[in-house]
Design a binder for this molecule. Structure first.
Ligand SMILES: [Fe+2]
Length: 439
């Protein structure tokens, strides 16, 4: 498996394990209902019974008491004065009050009990949408106890949920009302306490939704990675197939070239191998090295046009015959001009007999004017000529070849490439691998 894919697998594995661990931690939390105090509103700095004071004589008044994500909104719709004679009370005020209890927490509130401590002699005359009773508190304070009417006893659900989670029209609040008689025109409240059963669901936990979104993103990413990997494998397979066709076509042609001259059999393959090694030594990119190998394989393709009698002639060539032999560069360039699958293949065939000092053929290019691949092939080509037996001479020794390469650096060869070739040979000699270089 490729290193990249291993890293991807490890990262995905860690993410999946973390996600599952997150869900397990969430699932292990206690979601059972708890009975507790969830609101205790008091204001010690205010004078007793002045915490809530929908003040003034006007009928309409409104106040909101809020604590720990709960809010009790109190509206007064009506206010009237009553004489001292009624129900043996002194002069007092009657008022109609609407109460709305809101829950902004992420838990559900049910079975609640609201305790409102009011000034002495406060008295609830009637109530609606909730059950109410009164009790005596400290300093004769009156505690109005309002309880939820449990579901089933009236056609009303007294459960309170967060407004954002509201599904039904009024499930985020409960409202109830009372007619209260008070010795004051304002309703003095000392404190408000709310006891309730709270229930937390895993769905109420923000982390659950965060993890769920991350999970969806993770699964999507996994499918994306798998899809891309399949596509990339198909592409690689197709590329390998195409490359095999190119290599097989080139090799078939190379066999043609080499068959022309028994003395140079294997020449093209060896030149290609040496060229690729030089490219490697020069740290050229992988793609360039592969291309150079193919280009070098085809560098002498023009030789198929040279008559065997000239190509295999053991003796000295006449000037006309030399011209014909030299034409294998231009003929090769012509033959390959439509071979666009490998960029630079024409230059390889056309310029591999150019010399660094400008005295080569066919165009007499010099130095950096000669394409890099052609300069590399030139060194590899000459090295193979020197390390191969010819009909007119035996092959040169390691020392003779190194001497020859060095003495021609800057003349026939690019000095930098000669340096690389010599280093390759020295390394091979040191490691006893000269046989790999036909020596
Ligand atoms: Fe050649």
């Amino acid at each position: 498996m490729k290193r990249n894919n291993k890293i991807k697998l490890i990262v995905l594995g860690v993410l999946y394990i973390s996600l599952i661990a997150g869900f397990i931690v969430l699932a292990l939390q206690d979601y059972s209902p708890v009975e507790r105090e969830i609101m205790h509103y008091t204001n010690d700095s205010a004078p007793a019974f002045e915490v809530f004071d929908p003040s003034g004589e006007s009928e309409a008044a409104e106040v909101t008491l809020a604590d720990r994500g709960m809010a009790l909104v109190i509206y007064r719709n009506q206010l009237w004065e009553q004489g001292a004679d009624r129900d043996n009370f002194k002069k007092h005020y009657g008022g109609n009050y609407e109460f709305v209890l809101k829950n902004f927490n992420d838990f559900t509130v049910s079975e609640w009990c609201l305790k409102i401590t009011c000034v002495p002699t406060t008295h609830v005359d009637s109530y609606w949408r909730a059950a109410s009773e009164s009790a005596k508190g400290e300093d004769d304070a009156v505690i109005i106890i309002v309880e939820a009417i449990k579901a089933g006893t009236e056609d009303r659900d007294q459960t309170i949920i967060h407004p954002e989670k509201e599904v039904h029209s009024d499930n985020d609040r409960v409202s109830f009302g009372m007619t209260i008689h008070s010795p004051r025109s304002s309703l003095g409240i000392k404190e408000v306490t709310l006891l309730a059963v709270t229930t937390r669901s895993i769905l109420d936990n923000t982390m659950f939704w965060v993890l769920s979104v991350l999970g969806v993103i993770l699964v999507f990413t996994t499918f994306l990675i798998i899809g891309l990997e399949i596509k990339s494998r198909q592409y690689r397979k197709q590329k390998e197939h195409d490359e095999r066709i190119i290599i097989q076509s080139i090799n078939t042609f190379v066999n043609f070239i080499d068959a022309k001259d028994p003395y140079t059999r294997g020449h093209s393959t060896r030149v290609a191998t040496y060229s690729a090694e030089l490219a490697s030594k020069m740290k050229l990119p992988e793609d360039a090295r592969r291309n150079l190998y193919y280009i070098a394989l085809m560098h002498d393709v023009g030789k198929v046009s040279i008559p065997d009698s000239i190509l295999q002639k053991p003796g000295k060539l006449t000037p006309e015959e030399r011209k014909i032999i030299e034409s294998h560069t231009t003929v090769g360039g012509q033959m390959l001009r439509e071979f666009t699958a490998i960029p630079g293949i024409v230059s390889g065939a056309l310029y591999h007999h150019e010399r660094y000092d400008g005295t080569g053929y066919p165009h007499g290019l010099s130095g950096q004017e000669i394409p890099l691949f052609a300069r590399i092939i030139c060194v590899a080509d000459s090295y193979d000529a020197m390390s191969s037996r010819r009909c007119y001479r035996s092959k040169l020794s390691y020392d003779e070849i190194v001497r020859e390469l060095k003495s021609n650096a800057g003349k026939q060869f690019d000095p930098e490439i000669v340096n690389m070739m010599v280093q390759i040979l020295e390394d091979a000699a040191a490691q006893n691998r000269l046989s790999e270089y036909n020596l």
